[in-house]
Design a protein around this ligand. Sequence first.
Ligand SMILES: [Zn+2]
Length: 455
Amino acid sequence: MERARRRWWAELAWLGGAREVVDERVLISTERDRVVAVEPGSDPPPDARRLRGLLLPGLANTHSHAFHRALRSRTQAGAGDFWSWRERMYALAGRIDPDAYLALARATYAEMALAGVAAVGEFHYLHHPPGGGRYADPNAMGSALLQAAAEAGVRITLLDTCYLQADADGTPLEGVQRRFGDGDAAAWAERVERLAPAAATADGALLGAAVHSVRAVPPGAMAAVAAWAARRGAPLHLHLSEQRRENQACLAATGRTPARLAADCGVLGERTTVVHATHPGGGDVELLGASGTTACLCPTTERDLADGIGPARRLAEAGCPLALGSDSHAVVDLFEEARAVELDERLASGRRGHHRSVDLLRAATGGGMRSLGWDAGAIEPGRLADLVSLRLDSPRLAGAPREDLLAAVVFAATAADVADLVVGGRQVVADGQHLLVEDVSAALAQAISPLSDPG
Ligand SMILES: [Zn+2]
């Protein structure tokens, strides 16, 4: 990869991290994949690449299931709830092999790059052939995801997911769910260990762990996955309290809320991210906050699936860093996720102003990067050189007030406003064009069409 010393210049930049304001005329020097200097108030030197509009740290899409991209526009209309949607998702899951997965994930990650995403957290549980058994390479599906991200120019944290049972009462996996299961936590760890060398040598890849949910992993196995992640210092994610039914099933099976059970199994902590946290039970918000666990909200998916509105403000106040994910990819737009966190809480509470714009952008950048184990999310010397620029002359942002550009970005920008993306010092998107995947729309259409639901 071409990663020499480079200089980049932007008229306006929010540098992320602790910065509260937009800096002007910012010169950024990078060497290989890192930022080495940041100099606001600089004239653009002739050798610097100009990035148009407003520069931000590259975005983190903290929660993704790449294969769900093939459900877009097929499951949004009509009636039902999360559980009826899941049946459609399972039907798709039964049709994907490693080659189809590579094509679909590569196109999906390329769509993310066009939306300004520098790193994705892929919550990966589609491990084995339909009906069970093993591929010749038992990590054929995970390897396809690593390759897809590399080809799309996006960094990936592959959150290899343990998924062992159909419900908290120990109901065995059946039907397409058998693709997800390794049998037990030891077999899960053995398979993941075989993936570790490939992930370690891949450029821009990191291996993490996930517990699918308290429904899908019994307490002893949750503790084993948590211990594996702790030994490796790896990120650990789990779906938590997305549905009230999960809380009820967990209480019935264990006498504890999902968060309490996760805490007792050693799952919570500063390396851990809970996804959704839409329906935390009594005391759960305080438990999550005190442990420093990140809460990853996925509001465009949560609203699509009629999940509910999570208590983002209370979670943040309790001490949970926030992160954002497009999850089912009903849309891939981190600006939409960011504003939905605030706007959904307005609808639920009848009050405005739960989150500051700068904090929502932190969730989309530094909060997510930290959750995924990357030293990124702020444009600072020493950190990974991830830069995204937004056109300020788009119809959405034209006329935005200079003194409150961050609010304009949160409340009006869309993924379509992304002009340039630099990931680890390498330009991946220039002027709205992906430089590695020639025609992202065609790649998506070609990958999705053979997977379409025949019924
Ligand atoms: Zn998910």
